[in-house]
Design a binder for this molecule. Structure first.
Ligand code: ZN
Ligand code: ZN
Length: 179
């Protein structure tokens, strides 16, 4: 099954290319970039200064019916769902769509120092995590597994950067070299 990456206000074009190559290495599935037209302002909560991810996903569904595969929305804007202060991403369990925000994966968000290598590692982890939910995976108790829950940046950094064997077996096209 193909995997499509749809940037939505994601400014780092170089990193986008790196994400496509990394996923192409890890999956036998075809990885492609697609363009979708969504005005994110519609999802901005003025009180919170953040964007409501569930509604973004809902509208993206209407625009991506022609694509047969998983669709990852990638954005720089800060995301929320009403019960949480922020989220790194959201996915439909056993569904087609997910969204990942790089906003709070940037090292400068925490220490003020920019670090593209750390950002890339975190981004790949969160993309794999949300994709895992699309493939029906729940959270995993194994800290070496990218499906471990990561409510904060510490957990993102601590957890592994790939699926454990048990989780990987449910992810379509994930190469055994990586687990
Ligand atoms: Zn999760
Ligand atoms: Zn696992």
């Amino acid at each position: 099954m193909d995997i499509y990456i749809a940037p939505l206000k994601f400014s780092n074009v170089l990193m986008l290319g790196d994400v496509v190559s990394e996923l192409s290495n890890r999956f036998s599935s075809k990885i492609s970039l697609i363009e979708i037209q969504l005005n994110l302002l519609k999802y901005l909560s003025k009180e919170r200064g953040q964007y409501f991810s569930t509604e973004i996903i809902a509208d993206a569904m209407d625009l991506t019916g022609k694509y047969n595969g998983k669709i990852i929305l990638l954005t720089d804007v800060d995301l929320f769902v009403p019960v949480l202060t922020f989220i790194f991403g959201e996915a439909q369990l056993s569904g087609k769509h997910s969204i990942v925000s790089a906003c709070r994966l940037h090292e400068e968000f925490y220490s003020g120092k920019s670090d593209d290598k750390i950002l890339f590692e975190r981004l790949i982890k969160e993309i794999l995590h949300e994709l895992g939910h699309n493939y029906g995976l729940l959270h995993c108790l194994n800290w070496d597994c990218v499906m471990h829950t990561s409510p904060g940046i510490e957990e993102v950094d601590i957890k592994g950067n790939s699926y454990c064997k048990k989780c990987a077996s449910k992810v379509d096209g994930y190469k055994s070299l990586y687990f």
